[in-house]
Design a protein around this ligand. Structure first.
Ligand SMILES: Cc1cc2nc3c(=O)[nH]c(=O)nc-3n(C[C@H](O)[C@H](O)[C@H](O)COP(=O)(O)OP(=O)(O)OC[C@H]3O[C@@H](n4cnc5c(N)ncnc54)[C@H](O)[C@@H]3O)c2cc1C
Length: 387
């Protein structure tokens, strides 16, 4: 792998840094969900004005046609400043690219600009109570009646549905076909009568995802993506974009710095915890694992820069990254004891949020394909073990 940057890439980084220096949002910890959504929308609009949203999208659709290395630089510069990508991450990473591949011209013209501008926020209606890892078992029905599909059924774990304007929905249009062959991929306006969204409160106290109920919800026929009953292919395209972009990008520099700072702050046996050899060794081990993961990520990047498709390294990165993230959070909570409950970053306090991070870390080992499913993929496709 080649770890150096070209002159063009350095110029891209310089342009981005100049723009960020002039447009940095004030540090914000919005108190309510509505305030958080407003903050993220405003930030995405600002990014959009600077043409920094969906930079990997082709220019004809409003992107910059950014190379993979430019995307890496972009993610890096945002992460260093702890900046989010905007309000519409699923729209930018999943829905837009799927529509560019499968959508009609009318669908592309209608939906793509509003994804970039954050005027329409998207959610992903795939999972159901009886269909998660085995997604093709989904039972939500869409029956064709005249100019519409009439949708009935239930989805669950739908992230952001409570603030979404549109949803990519998988529904069964032929209940008699083999399970992968009777599914269609629909674009659903969340304001359509018959949709009920119920937030699910998590153990963090937050409510980031939801149950969604569909009762006789009419979806115009022109909102189908790809062919009727061939939605599985479209759904897989979205999942490929998901695996390439989400869940595999754990960054550990910040958490490990924060953990080291916490270990310097709390006292054990009258001394700062960081002075105990066991704690120092554990911090070093986490740092080594995080560095190994970063270099594996570069290997994946090198493959893709050479024009090869994403390999099973994506599953390894998701598995190792999400499990390491969980172990770091668990260790921090054990190390800090009661301090872990302090939820601030105020001067003089141990750096906060560790309890919430531990509670949330488990979710990352489930979302986007559980650790067991990733292990199956690694076993079958990397190690060649029998099914
Ligand atoms: C934070 C978060 C956000 C999410 N956001 C969304 C969203 O926006 N939209 C959406 O549609 N879904 C979303 N999901 C749902 C997610 O995709 C599913 O939870 C996930 O695919 C697992 O499905 P399940 O929960 O039904 O568990 P199940 O598939 O029922 O699995 C239960 C257990 O069995 C294990 N298991 C299942 N099959 C196998 C197998 N073949 N081999 C070995 N072990 C197996 C699993 O690993 C797991 O431990 C989200 C989930 C989380 C946690």
């Amino acid at each position: 792998m080649d770890l150096s940057f070209s002159a063009a890439e350095e110029a891209f980084r310089a342009e981005l840094r100049t723009w960020l220096a002039a447009n940095l949002p004030p540090p914000a910890e919005p108190a309510t969900l509505a305030a958080e959504v407003a903050f993220l929308r405003a930030w995405q609009r600002k990014l959009h004005d600077g043409r920094w949203v969906g930079i990997h999208w082709p220019r004809e659709y409003g992107g910059r046609g950014a190379t993979l290395m430019e995307q890496v630089i972009f993610a890096d510069e945002l992460a260093k400043r702890r900046l989010p990508g905007g309000a519409n991450v699923l729209g930018i990473l999943l829905v837009g690219p799927t529509l560019m591949h499968w959508g009609t011209e009318a669908q592309k013209n209608r939906f793509l600009p509003k994804i970039l501008s954050a005027d329409e926020i998207w959610c992903q209606g795939y999972s159901e109570p009886g269909a998660g890892s085995d997604l093709a078992s989904l039972q939500t029905r869409a029956i064709e009646q005249g100019d519409v599909f009439v949708v009935n059924g239930q989805k669950v774990w739908t992230s952001g549905a409570h603030r979404a304007d549109w949803c990519i929905l998988l529904a069964r249009t032929d209940p008699n076909a083999p399970k992968h062959q009777g599914i269609s991929y629909l674009l659903v306006d969340m304001k359509t009568p018959g949709i009920t969204v119920r937030p699910l409160v998590q153990m963090t106290g937050g409510a980031g995802f939801n149950e969604m109920f569909f009762e006789d919800v009419p979806v115009p026929r022109e909102n189908i993506v790809g062919e009727r009953n061939r939605g599985w292919e479209v759904a897989i395209t979205t999942l490929m974009f998901e695996r390439a972009g989400l869940g595999t990008d754990f960054r550990f520099e910040g958490p490990l710095e924060s953990l080291a700072a916490a270990a310097r702050h709390v006292q054990r046996d009258g001394r700062p915890a960081i002075e105990a050899p066991g704690n120092r060794q554990q911090l070093a081990k986490f740092t080594i694992e995080a560095t190994a993961l970063r270099y594996s990520g570069y290997r994946q990047l090198t493959r893709r820069l050479r024009g090869q498709p994403p390999g099973p390294e994506g599953s390894m990165a998701k598995l190792v990254g999400s499990e390491l993230n969980l172990r770091i959070a668990q260790y921090a909570v054990a190390l800090l004891g009661p301090h872990a409950q302090i939820d601030t970053n105020e001067a003089g306090e141990a750096p906060g949020h560790w309890l919430a991070r531990e509670l949330m870390a488990r979710a990352h080992t489930i979302a986007g394909g559980t650790s067991e499913i990733q292990r199956n993929i690694v076993a079958e496709r990397v190690l060649g073990l029998p099914r």
